[in-house]
Design a protein around this ligand. Structure first.
Ligand SMILES: [Zn+2]
Ligand SMILES: [Zn+2]
Length: 346
């Protein structure tokens, strides 16, 4: 088994440190990828700190991965050495359940295998993208179009697809009013993608600190949610609200901003349950929904869409020794808008 360089968590409380991990030998359907860039997602931090449940250490995280194919297994037909590829939040699924057969592997009824801290079908614990190489089944590898700059492509594999999927599913487009709640890693992608789809985009953020950015990324309007008049002005206004905030908020107050048949979709995940008043849903026949990443086919569709429309995340490139500092900055929302690790520095 090849041993590769990585940056790993050794406990829930210690900083991440340089490490080596083993990757499996390249099987018949596997692709060996030399990772060039890996994005830092909030989920990485929750996971290594054990906030989403206990994990086994050492653990390498990172599920926004782009790089180059260096070797393929004997039965691989989709990729060859030199291809520009990406890997997102999952690396396997059962492929047999009705959701997998529908191309919605993220909703695999037997559980998809996360790119890190997941138990793969061979029983091993998956290790993520903060490393120099990864071995992935060809069916879970994405093609990254040349038009997307390499380091900007990484965050599309989680932040991009997590926002693209609900926007596509609920038909964001011309004539639709879309609100994006929160202007972080996910939120800024939601703004760019919704605007590229032709929707009329409004940002709802606690402060107006990122207003110039929001408008530059395609939003028509930008409101502070600390200002109570915002909720009066925008009552019964939106067709779709994408909530990217993972802190608890007053769901009813946001639901009341939906017009007839409007839907509010959570892609941020607060740890505690949030109360919803049924009468708020009765009004305007509103819906409250959740959405989780996207299937492999839809992730490819998203990458192709972003390449065609010139949509790319805003990134700040860092070296491996800045990962711990970057985590602190993510926790204090001090990033515009996604950290990306240059894996040459591992
Ligand atoms: Zn993520
Ligand atoms: Zn399945």
């Amino acid at each position: 088994m090849p041993t590769v360089k990585a940056y790993a968590a050794t406990s829930a409380t210690e900083p991440l440190v340089p490490a080596t991990i083993e990757r499996r030998d390249v099987g018949p359907k596997d692709v060996l990828i030399a990772i060039r860039y890996a994005g830092i997602c909030h989920s990485d931090i929750h996971t290594v700190r054990g906030e989403w449940g206990p994990i086994t250490y050492p653990q390498v995280v990172g599920h926004e991965i782009v790089g180059e194919v260096v070797e393929v297994g004997s039965d691989v037909t989709k990729y060859q050495a030199g291809d520009r590829v990406g890997v997102g939040c999952m690396v396997n699924s059962c492929r047999e359940c009705e959701n997998c057969r529908a191309g919605l592997e993220q909703y695999c009824l037997n559980g998809n295998v996360g790119t890190y801290a997941g138990v793969d079908r061979d029983g091993t614990i998956t290790q993520g993208g903060y490393s120099t190489h990864i071995v992935v089944d060809q069916d879970f590898v994405l093609r990254v179009p040349e038009a997307i700059p390499y380091e900007a492509a990484a965050p599309l594999l989680c932040a991009g697809i997590t926002t693209y999927s609900p926007l596509a599913h609920w038909n964001a487009g011309p004539g639709k009013r879309v609100a994006v709640v929160g202007m972080g890693g996910l939120g800024h992608m939601a703004v760019k993608i919704a605007a590229a789809m032709g929707a009329e985009v409004t940002v709802l953020s606690r402060t107006l600190a990122k207003q110039d950015d929001g408008l530059a990324y395609g939003a028509k309007e930008y409101f502070s949610t600390d200002d109570a008049t915002t909720f009066e002005k925008l009552a019964n206004h939106f067709d779709l609200i994408i909530n990217t905030v993972s802190a608890p908020l007053d769901v009813d107050a946001y639901l009341r901003l939906l017009r007839l048949d409007g839907t509010m979709v959570n892609v941020g995940a607060p740890p505690e349950p949030l109360p919803v008043t049924m009468f708020t849903l009765f009004g305007n026949r509103r819906s409250y929904a959740g959405s989780s990443i996207g299937g492999i086919a839809e992730t490819q569709e998203m990458l192709d869409f972003c390449a065609e429309r010139g949509v790319a995340p805003e990134t700040e490139l860092i070296s491996a020794d800045q990962i711990n500092e970057a985590y602190e900055r993510v926790m204090s929302s001090d990033v515009r808008y996604r950290f990306v690790i240059d894996t040459a520095t591992l």
